[in-house]
Write a protein of this length. Structure first.
Length: 107
């Protein structure tokens, strides 16, 4: 019920201090791990991410590039997106055919 003197000594005894070599070893291992992680991060940036595949939409009767761009990209400048759609599909103008497939740039 009450702690004996041997239990009290065990409770109050402090851990021995770690030696400098143990701390240096842990710091060296941590530094090596961080350098490997940074290396992978820089390699990913240098390589770039995989190109995002363009979405495809089938033109319906009455669709226009402007309407498709306005619906698909509501928070962006529609004029810029119309130009991107025309360049991506090799279009010379805004004329579309029903049933035509259009590639759309990623948002």
């Amino acid at each position: 019920m009450y702690a004996t003197t041997s239990d009290l000594v065990r409770i109050t005894r402090r851990r021995p201090k770690r030696s400098a070599s143990v701390l240096a070893r842990r710091l060296a291992i941590g530094g090596a791990v961080l350098s490997v992680l940074f290396g992978f991060g820089f390699a990913h940036v240098a390589q770039g991410s995989a190109p995002v595949a363009a979405d495809t939409v089938v033109v319906q009767r009455g669709d226009t590039i402007w309407g498709i761009a306005a619906q698909r990209y509501p928070n962006e400048d529609v004029r810029v997106k119309v130009g991107e759609i025309e360049r991506l599909n090799g279009l010379g103008g805004p004329e579309l055919q029903a049933g035509q497939s259009l590639k759309l740039p990623p948002p």
